[in-house]
Every structure is written in structure tokens, then in C-alpha cells.
Design a binder for this molecule. Sequence first.
Ligand SMILES: *[C@@H]1O[C@H](CO)[C@@H](O)[C@H](O)[C@H]1NC(C)=O
Ligand SMILES: *[C@@H]1O[C@H](CO)[C@@H](O)[C@H](O)[C@H]1NC(C)=O
Ligand SMILES: *[C@@H]1O[C@H](CO)[C@@H](O)[C@H](O)[C@H]1NC(C)=O
Ligand SMILES: *[C@@H]1O[C@H](CO)[C@@H](O)[C@H](O)[C@H]1NC(C)=O
Ligand SMILES: *[C@@H]1O[C@H](CO)[C@@H](O)[C@H](O)[C@H]1NC(C)=O
Length: 365
Amino acid sequence: MVKFNTLMLGAGAATMAAAAPTILASNGTSSGCTFTDNASVASKKASCSNIVISSMTVPAGETLDLTDLNDGTTVTFEGTTTFGYKEWEGPLISVSGNSITVKGGSGHVINGNGAKWWDGEGSNGGKTKPKFFYAHSLKKNSKISGLNVKNTPVQGFSINSSENLTLDGITIDNSAGADQGHNTDAFDVGESTGITISGAKIYNQDDCLAINSGTDITFTGGYCSGGHGISIGSVGGRDDNTVSNVKILNSKVVDSDNGIRIKAVSDATGKVSGVTYSSITLSNIAKYGIVIEQDYENGSPTGTPTDGVPITDLTVKNVKGSVASDAEQVYILCASCSNWTWSGVSITGGEKSSKCEGVPSGASC
Ligand SMILES: *[C@@H]1O[C@H](CO)[C@@H](O)[C@H](O)[C@H]1NC(C)=O
Ligand SMILES: *[C@@H]1O[C@H](CO)[C@@H](O)[C@H](O)[C@H]1NC(C)=O
Ligand SMILES: *[C@@H]1O[C@H](CO)[C@@H](O)[C@H](O)[C@H]1NC(C)=O
Ligand SMILES: *[C@@H]1O[C@H](CO)[C@@H](O)[C@H](O)[C@H]1NC(C)=O
Ligand SMILES: *[C@@H]1O[C@H](CO)[C@@H](O)[C@H](O)[C@H]1NC(C)=O
């Protein structure tokens, strides 16, 4: 900066005004912000606005800590980023700040090394597994784009307390986890506003998306394979239990337990309103094409719906495709559901459910 200004005094004001933004944008506030080790990130990130994480192995039990970045910082992952093994809660990566851009360079991969932790128990037991990526308190039009992620030990992106954040073109491939990589949710959203997730390509073993709370959330152009479907919930029993204005659009769910689902926690309070699922294609769904239940408990729904988390103003439009032969097409278990609009819902294969209860007018089971 100092050198630059001195140079500019000689060059004249007009040139200075034109040249300054370009050089700052490509160069950051100081040079040397390409990091190959976690220790340098910790000591130098405060003086960077253009950070490159280059072929880094993050030591076991440590977070690649990219929190509190300078406003407008760009972080680029290059080469292979990977992580040492330790049983701990994580996260492996954490990013926060305003107007932050996180992206991947060509050919990069962020490999969570999940196989070391996968034991078929996910977050319900066995080894303590680190969460993968905290996108917490990312605000003011921050963007995470084009990341190529493999093998998260357990949950992938945790989006919490964020506002106006876009996650675009993210691939998460946990297919190597098959029957061992449990609870590898791709995106968990809580207490956030203005979140757009577009063009995600997910191969995992739990929810492709799970919205626990938040408002103005869009998921579009997603491809979800191997998991539990595109979910709202579970809602209830947390600090914030309100989900509103959610759009799930133009997405595909294949080879998964469920297509789309909404889970309200049994005996809890909260509210789910203004959710739209539109143009969703299903294929080879093992349990339920569409499942909406107000009896949820982790692992074992009670079978008796409760009315503390009403589900209102729900639109299900153009949800089409097929379920496996022993799956149910649509399962609705409601004690408080109203103002639903369904159109163009056409699910073939499997069987009709005989357990539906409290189905509001407009929907059909
Ligand atoms: C940063 O700026 C310096 C001087 O303006 C230039 O020589 C260097 O190539 C730039 N580095 C990058 C990564 O753009
Ligand atoms: C790695 O980064 C974390 C978070 O900034 C820090 O606590 C830890 O000390 C760093 N590790 C090393 C070896 O510097
Ligand atoms: C988020 O976007 C909305 C709508 O554009 C705007 O009103 C709000 O101020 C933004 N908030 C932040 C923190 O960027
Ligand atoms: C979001 O973060 C807050 C504060 O850390 C925490 O209390 C809450 O449980 C988180 N919510 C979700 C849904 O993860
Ligand atoms: C019913 O839901 C629609 C949107 O899904 C909303 O626009 C409308 O206000 C709701 N009507 C009532 C009576 O709540």
C-alpha cells in the first residue's frame, strides 16, 4: 500500500483512481497470502484479502480457521486440502465474515478423509466425528462456489446465523461411505435468512438439505443421490423453531430413502409456513416419495401426530417420478396442517399408504 501510493503521487490522480481497484482486487492488502500450513493462516489472515489455501494438510484436531476475515476477502482452495485424524467434534473448516467469496481452483479437492471415522453410527455413537464446514455468520452477499468436496466424516455444511449467503455449484461425494458414512447431511440450515443453494450435486447418506429454522431459503437445481431426501426439519426442540418462505425448485432425488419430507418433532412447538416444492423428480425412492409427519423423534417416530408445530401454506407442485416396489408413494401424518395446495403430483410404483391421518383438503394420500 505505502509503495503503491508513493508511485501514484507521481503518476497523477486520474491514473490512480483507475488503477487502484484492479490491483487491490487481485493482490490483497499484503502479498504472501498463499498458505500451505494452518499455522500461517492463523497468524496472517488478518492482513489478507486474497487468501489461497494451497495443498494443505490441516493437523489432526485443528480447525482451518477462516473466521473473522476482512470484509470482501476471497479464499481459493487449490490442490488437495485434507485433514489429520482425531476423534473430536470439529469443525474441520470454519469461515465467517461479510461479503466473503470462497471458491475452488481448477482440479482442487477438499477431502475430509471420512473413511477414517465412518463406523456406521454417524453422530449417534461410535467414534466422535468432526463436522466438516461451518458457514456460520457469513453475511452481506457472501458466496461459496464450485467447491469439490469428498468424504465428510459426518455432517457437511452447517449454515447457521448467516444472512444473504449463496452456495453455488458445490459437489459433495460421500458415495464411498455406502453403509458406513451415516449422518452425512449435505446442508443443515439454522437461524439464517436469505440463503440460496443452487446446483448442488450430492452423493451422501442422510439429508441432502435439512432446514431446522430460518426464512427466505431457496434450494434450486440440486441433484441428491443416496441419502434421505430434501427435508424441512426436524423442526422443534431447538432455540429457533420457525421455518418460513422456503422454495425447493427444479431438483432431482434418486436412490434415496425419501424424496421430499417435512418432519415436525413430537410434542414440540414451532411453525412451518410458506414452503413450496416445485418441479422435483424422484427415482428409486426406498421408503416414501413424499413424507410429512408431525410425530418425529430421532430414529423412531411415535406414530401419533401432535399439533405444536403447524405446517401451513404448503405448495407441492409437479412432483413426479417413481418409488421402489416396497415403498409408499405419499405418507402424511398430521394433527395441524392447513392451507395446502397440491398440483401435478404424480408418483408411481410402490403402494399407497394405509397410515395417513389428518390430511388437509387440497392434498391427497
Ligand atoms: C501483486 O502485485 C505485484 C505488483 O503490483 C505484482 O508484481 C504481482 O504479480 C501481483 N501478484 C498477484 C498474485 O496478482
Ligand atoms: C491451526 O489453527 C488453529 C485455529 O486458528 C489454531 O488454534 C492452531 O494453533 C493452529 N495450529 C498451529 C500448529 O499453529
Ligand atoms: C439481505 O438482503 C436483503 C434483501 O436484499 C436486505 O434487505 C438486507 O439488508 C440484507 N442483509 C444483509 C446483512 O446483507
Ligand atoms: C445455531 O447456532 C446457535 C448458536 O451457536 C446454536 O445455539 C443453535 O443450536 C444452532 N442452531 C442450529 C439449528 O444448528
Ligand atoms: C395459503 O397459502 C398461500 C401460499 O401458499 C398464501 O399466499 C395464503 O395467504 C394462505 N392463505 C391463508 C388463509 O393463510
